[in-house]
Design a protein around this ligand. Structure first.
Ligand code: ADP
Length: 673
């Protein structure tokens, strides 16, 4: 059992007795080292210095007695087997020695190798067993402390359900999840069932049964009622422990409160739906009604929205209640007067809120007994009233109330509803601005259509009469007069083109331009258009080339509008090119498209300008002293027409190198509108 020699301390003032002990041990062939001392003092010094396996001590010592020595040793927490050597007839003393902490006693007269060894080994064995037990106990205590720290320090609720006794141990956190302070309640399966959301009870019970039968994992999400009345979202994971026969005897696991995460998710989802809803229609009255129904039940048991429309006093526009039959009560509540909360919000532009409305406050808030009665019926227990405001003005207010669900608002919800109201206000303002802009655009288009129409009649007369004058070359007009009439005629034609462009643009903007498709030969159309422009090209000595790669040049399109596109692109090419040539290429883009590419070797367009040239009245050179004439409408009309035809137009250009305009069109117009 013990490999090293035993270290033994003998406290004995009688040399003979010490020798007797030594001899007995030797005889018994004990492997030992013996230290001897004659006094209590010496013994204590030895014991503090050296670690002994056993002490033999005499009762009567020169500086005290063995009993006191044993007490001192035990008081000093020195753990060592102590065997008292007593004189004959000292039985009473022996009893006292044992009480004081001696491991054994031995009458000196009976010291023999056998008795000594028996006593020695038994004391050492008992002592080492005690030591081991003590160490194991210590280790257990430490591990329990570690476990307790883990359990109590955990952010999760830890539970342990004893299936036989039907008791549940839960840590403090588990209680905190449902709003109880530590040790406030005894957790029982019944209590848990009571707190569970009724909709979640059946599935949880089912899963417990399935898990105990070994057929399913025990992991699920559920809702549990907090002391505040609100339901908290939790996840639970657990595992059954089974005996040797496989019968479960306990089920334990972890519960995590995921309410915050759920709320954030819910809010993002809510905001996404609200954003979609707010941008769904420009009819803001409908939008606000829908918004009220979105707020209930997510953010309120009932809610009202007041709107202050321009030149009208604020009025109730939307009401929603979790129980729609109660909506009439809310309408009644407001009646002709606004609620005090709404009035305050309209006056200050700031939110007002009371997270917990006491009965006393309820009567204070009511403007009349009838209103108090209605507020009581509607269980006005917590409210938030926020303004619908833009930077400039207050457009309305949203009143959100928790009633029968007994929930209460908090600061975070107030901020969330304020954010929602801000978005709603922006949507209302945008809808209003859009309507105004649309109205302005409609008025502008109407004005342009009317003006250009009115201008066309006199302009046609000017062109017509100047033409008549020019034809009468009977000599009545001088050369100078002919030049002047030619100028009148040309300028008149330019003005008419401009007027027609403006008229076209106003028609396009008002969606009044209707395409009239017909089957036509694109190649022929391009050729005749080129011919009509050839005199201009000849003036600048610019070759106008047509390169057709079409197998089939029949297309379905509006002849006049297509010619208009060609003329716009070709006249720009002619206008902005001095040398080189202008080429128009026709291509097929299988299966259903054709492409018209107008390429010139002119001045080109700077990259930063290329995105803007299709905008109305936009020219690269916007100065009044510009070299090239034009209104900046040609490409706008061209692009609008191409769009209307279901096609696309692109430009590629390099300064001083030239430009390439590429129009891609469906071979057959999709519809005639
Ligand atoms: P404009 O009546 O000024 O020609 P457009 O809308 O047809 O109006 O063209 C807008 C502007 O785009 C022009 O003023 C010119 O700066 C530029 N642009 C159009 N086509 C060409 C081209 N082929 N080469 C160079 N610049 C061009």
């Amino acid at each position: 059992m013990i490999d090293d020699p035993l270290t033994i301390l003998v406290v004995e003032d009688d040399e003979i007795d010490r020798m007797a002990v030594r001899r007995a041990l030797k005889k018994a062939e004990v492997d030992f080292v013996m230290v001897e001392t004659e006094t209590c003092q010496g013994a204590l010094e030895q014991l503090t210095r050296t670690r002994f396996d056993c002490v033999f001590l005499d009762y009567r010592l020169p500086d005290g007695n063995g009993l006191d020595l044993i007490r001192t040793i035990r008081d000093r927490q020195i753990k060592i087997p102590l065997i008292a050597l007593t004189g004959q007839g000292d039985e009473q003393i022996a009893v006292e020695l044992m009480k004081a902490g001696a491991s054994d006693y031995l009458s000196k007269s009976k010291v023999s190798p056998d008795t000594l060894c028996r006593s020695l080994f038994s004391a050492v064995r008992v002592y080492s067993a005690e030591q081991e037990a003590q160490e194991a106990n210590q280790r257990l205590l430490e591990s329990e402390e570690r476990y307790r720290l883990v359990v109590e320090g955990s952010h999760d609720g830890i539970w342990d359900w004893d299936l036989q006794r039907q008791t549940i141990y839960g840590n403090d956190r588990l209680l905190a999840i449902v709003g109880f302070s530590p040790n406030a309640v005894v957790i029982t399966p019944k209590l848990i069932l009571k707190l569970l959301h009724p909709d979640d009870r059946p599935y949880l019970l089912h899963l417990v049964q399935e898990h105990l039968k070994g057929r399913a994992e025990f992991a699920l999400e559920f809702r549990i009622r907090h002391q505040s009345g609100e339901y908290h979202y939790c996840t639970v994971r657990g595992k059954a422990q089974r005996d040797r026969t496989g019968t479960p005897f306990r089920l334990s696991g972890v519960v995590s409160d995921i309410t915050e995460r759920k709320r954030t998710e819910e809010r993002s989802r809510f905001l996404a739906s609200a954003t979609t809803l707010l941008s769904a229609t420009l009819d803001y009255q409908t939008t606000l009604k829908n918004l009220a129904h979105l707020i209930v039940p997510h953010l309120a048991d009932w809610c009202t929205i007041n709107l202050a429309e321009p030149n009208k006093s604020p009025h109730l526009i939307a009401v929603a209640h979790v129980h729609p039959e109660q909506e009439t009560l809310v309408w009644q509540l407001q009646g002709d007067n606004r609620t005090p909360q709404t009035t305050q919000v309209f006056q200050t532009g700031q939110s007002v809120a009371c997270f917990e409305v006491s009965p006393a406050l309820l009567s204070e808030l009511s403007v009349s007994p009838q209103q108090q009665d209605l507020l009581t019926q509607l269980k006005f227990s917590s409210y938030i009233c926020v303004p619908l405001r833009t930077r400039e003005r207050i457009l309305g207010s949203i009143l959100c109330v928790w009633g029968q669900s007994s929930r209460h608002y908090n600061q975070e919800e107030l901020e969330f509803i304020e954010d929602l109201a801000y978005r709603a206000a922006l949507a209302i303002e945008n809808a209003r601005l859009y309507k105004e802009a649309q109205e302005a655009a409609r008025m502008k288009a109407q004005f342009l259509a009317m003006m250009s129409h009115e201008l066309r009649t006199p302009m046609n007369a000017i062109i017509g009469f100047s033409q008549v004058l020019l034809r009468q070359r009977s000599g009545t007009l001088t050369r100078r007069q002919i030049q002047m009439i030619e100028s009148i005629h040309n300028n008149g034609k330019n003005l008419l083109t401009l007027i027609n462009d403006i008229l076209d643009l106003s028609k396009i903007e008002a969606h009044h331009l209707i395409l009239k498709p017909e089957i036509l030969n694109l190649e022929q159309l391009v050729a005749t258009t080129l011919d009509s422009l050839r005199p201009l090209a000849d003036e600048k000595q610019l070759p106008l080339c047509l390169e057709s790669q079409l197998q089939d040049s029949k297309i379905l399109n509006d002849r006049d509008r297509l010619r208009q596109i060609l003329i716009n692109l070709l006249s720009n090419a002619l206008k902005f090119t001095e040398t080189g040539q202008i080429t128009i290429t026709l291509r097929e883009i299988p299966p259903h498209h054709i492409q018209i590419v107008v390429q010139d070797s002119g001045i080109g367009i700077a990259p930063d300008q290329q995105a803007y040239i299709f905008d109305e009245f936009r020219q690269v050179d916007q100065t009044t002293t510009r070299k090239y004439s034009g209104t900046g409408l040609g490409l706008t009309i061209t692009k609008s027409l191409v769009d209307l035809m279901g096609g696309t137009i692109t430009v590629e250009s390099q300064l001083e190198q030239g430009s390439v305009f590429c129009v891609t069109l469906p071979r057959h117009l999709a519809s005639t509108t």
